[in-house]
Design a protein around this ligand. Structure first.
Ligand code: MN
Length: 196
């Protein structure tokens, strides 16, 4: 699901460029022009990047974190998903993102070489990992191995919000072709999941 932003290749190029910048400057590229100024005292002279403490502002919305589109519209099938990048520091090999699927929505059915480490934070729904379909709710852990089909679906009456840790530099997700879908749908519980 989860990903991918709008083209991992473009993101990877951005990251390579950012990595060439002095470490203290790299995080600056994430500050949109319209970001609210940090609270007084949160940034000292010469400090860059996010404030050390960014309080939650509303349910799973955080200070200085701008909700973004999950992916470009039309780039892959999904419905009602938002994305927030919580931690993305060039000195670390991973990113931590928060995704929220609105009630009745779903992430993209996809697979890729990179791994996802997911912690459900809010709401309830179901997920597909390989040929396993399972209900998920707050604080459940979901590990998605390489090249494993996966998708998250929110319950009809609840959102499904989750943290997802991922490699900063990662491969582009693959979408299923007709043969892949036929193989997945061979299991009745998977077919029922995909039909919503
Ligand atoms: Mn994914």
């Amino acid at each position: 699901m989860i990903d991918e932003d709008r083209g991992a290749d473009a993101d990877a190029r951005t990251r390579v460029a950012a990595a060439a910048v002095a470490p203290g400057q790299a995080a600056e590229r994430h500050a949109p022009a319209d970001t609210v100024a940090p609270a007084p005292g949160m940034h000292g002279p010469g400090m860059h990047g996010p404030a050390p403490i960014r309080p939650e502002r509303g349910a799973c919305r955080w200070q200085d974190v701008v909700p973004m589109a999950y992916k470009d519209e039309g780039s892959a099938p999904f419905r009602d998903v938002s994305r927030q990048v919580l931690f993305d520091d060039a000195r670390m090999g991973c990113e931590l993102r928060y995704f929220e699927v609105a009630p009745g929505g779903h992430s993209t059915l996809e697979r890729h070489q990179h791994v996802h480490a997911v912690i459900i934070l809010r709401g309830a729904g179901r997920c597909l990992v390989g040929d396993v379909v399972a209900p998920v709710a707050a604080h459940d852990l979901v590990h998605i191995p390489p090249m494993t089909w996966h998708q998250f679906r929110a319950a009809p009456d609840q959102p499904l919000g989750f943290l997802c840790m991922v490699d900063r530099v990662r491969d582009r997700p693959q979408l299923p072709g007709p043969d892949d879908l036929a193989a997945l749908r061979a299991r009745p519980e998977v077919a029922a999941f995909l039909d919503g």
